[in-house]
Write a protein that binds this ligand. Structure first.
Ligand code: ZN
Ligand code: ZN
Length: 488
């Protein structure tokens, strides 16, 4: 890692503001696709230079799968990029630690819901760490915001948008005329959908804000409506209102959350405040297996921790950013292996750049004169500014490698631009969360067997030094039977 990257990485960790870089001033507009308007819109933030970002986090009752991994890697890149171009971004993710699914899992495994939630929250955070998803400022647990949730429900009721039944408090969807606008769902079509246990709703599409106690084994909190627990949608708006107020910039999540989850959130927000607004609703596409969305309910999922036993974090991140975040992607290990090869090409190139760099320390940046690098940098940022188009950004990098490899070997690139190129790869590393200037991270499995082999070699060496050739040869032969050949 160069000194410059270390400095930038330190900024990334500590939240120190990086000045707005010149390419923004050159008139590259940041555009974001808004699910609500169904078009790309210029990013206009509510308060100067600040972005308030909320992304739906996990319900902690099982290990996160790589479909979740894709979503969270992408929002990590979005946060990194916005920060890189000069915004101060506050990024919150909620953790749903009370839910029907958690209670059910606890019943099945004869444990407490709270213990299930704690275990899987810890495992989720470990997974995020392994994926190098480091940009979340605050993980907000639902059960830490029960007072805010109750308070918000009371206000929704006071304004006539919710009603009480024998089993809970429900949002009266007919009172909110824009319900269905985000997802383009015709709510009349949903008339026939009704969850069995919710027998007292006025209308089938009404959703629950507060669930009254249903069994003695479930966790409950006191409320004006007796003991109970929050519904799913209300936690997001209680948390966003607590940290951001009624207006914030971006709310993200997987496409499957658009209806009814995000639709319900909009209804709740507008019910407490007419002026409430979330400016950009962003949704990531599905990660499919044989054409079907990877999901817990279809049981066709691969967990993050299982995948990372076989492929490196960098290769998986590279696989994720090789497609546009809104597209649906078919998962295949072969494609991740292809991504690993592509990643090695970049790393081999930066290795040569580093060898050509004759300076001990990076010198202050001079203007780029080498055309292919100029073009690469421009195309890269143009892609990123166009709704975070990472495939375009990556192809700019590969075009640069193709166009300049010969010049690099023939020593035809000016030294100042060797350094500029290294700086560019540092920038790309920070933005994409993949260190292009390091060796490929080795899988744990491999490094472990490598260590073991070294250990066995050391033992055999000692044996031979003690003239115990018989045992040394026996170990060698047994290794041969296991398919491992070593030469003395
Ligand atoms: Zn959510
Ligand atoms: Zn939400």
């Amino acid at each position: 890692m160069t000194e410059w990257l270390r400095c930038m990485a330190a900024n990334h960790e500590t939240g120190v503001q990086i000045p707005i870089l010149p390419f923004i001033k050159r008139g590259f507009l940041m555009k974001i696709y808004s699910t609500m308007s169904r078009k790309k819109e210029e990013l206009k933030v509510i308060s100067q230079n600040k972005v308030k970002l909320f992304v739906c986090g996990p319900t902690v009752y099982h290990d996160a799968h790589i479909g979740h991994g894709r979503t969270y890697i992408f929002f990590d890149v979005i946060k990194r990029y916005l920060k890189f171009i000069g915004y101060s971004v506050f990024y919150i993710q909620n953790i749903t630690d009370i839910d029907d699914k958690i209670i059910k899992k606890a019943e099945l495994s004869k444990s407490e819901p709270n213990d299930i939630a704690k275990i899987f929250e810890k495992r989720y955070l470990e997974d995020m760490y392994l994926l190098n998803v480091t940009s979340v400022n605050k993980y907000a647990r639902t059960t830490d915001y029960i007072d805010e949730i109750i308070n918000q429900i009371e206000r929704i009721m006071a304004r006539g948008f919710a009603y009480e039944t024998s089993d809970g408090i429900y949002f009266d969807v007919k009172k909110f005329k824009d319900y269905g606008k985000l997802s383009n769902v015709d709510i009349k079509e949903l008339e026939n959908h009704r969850e069995i246990e919710e027998v007292n709703k006025k209308n089938p599409q009404d959703f629950v804000l507060w669930k009254k106690r249903r069994s003695s084994s479930e966790p409950v909190w006191d409320s004006p409506w007796g003991k109970g627990r929050p519904g799913w949608h209300i936690e997001d708006t209680a948390i966003t209102e607590y940290y951001f107020g009624n207006q914030y910039d971006i709310h993200g999540g997987g496409l499957d959350l658009m209806f009814p989850h995000h639709e319900a959130e909009i209804a709740q927000l507008k019910a407490i405040n007419d002026k409430a607004i979330v400016n950009y609703w962003m949704h990531t596409g599905f990660l499919n297996v044989s054409g079907f969305k990877m999901s817990k309910s279809l049981n066709n999922f691969v967990t993050i921790r299982d995948l990372l036993k076989e492929v490196s974090t960098q290769s998986f991140r590279f696989f994720v950013i090789s497609s546009h975040y809104r597209s649906h992607v078919e998962f295949s290990k072969e494609d991740i292996v292809k991504c690993e090869k592509a990643l090695r090409r970049i790393k081999n190139f930066t290795k040569i750049l580093n060898e050509r760099n004759i300076y001990e320390n990076i010198k202050p940046k001079e203007d780029i004169v080498y055309e292919p690098l100029k073009k690469c940098r421009e195309e890269f940022f143009k892609g990123m500014n166009d709704d975070f188009n990472t495939p375009v950004a990556l192809s700019a990098i590969f075009s640069f490698i193709n166009d300049s490899k010969k010049d690099l070997i023939d020593d035809k690139i000016p030294m100042s631009d060797i350094i500029n190129a290294l700086i560019f790869f540092d920038e790309a590393s920070i933005i994409l969360g993949i260190d292009f200037n390091s060796e490929l991270d080795i899988y744990k499995k491999d490094s472990c067997s490598e260590d073991l082999l070294n250990l066995i070699n050391d033992v055999r060496k000692k044996l031979r030094e003690d003239k115990n050739y018989e045992l040394s040869d026996e170990i060698r032969d047994k290794l041969h039977d296991l398919g491992i050949d070593i030469n003395d």
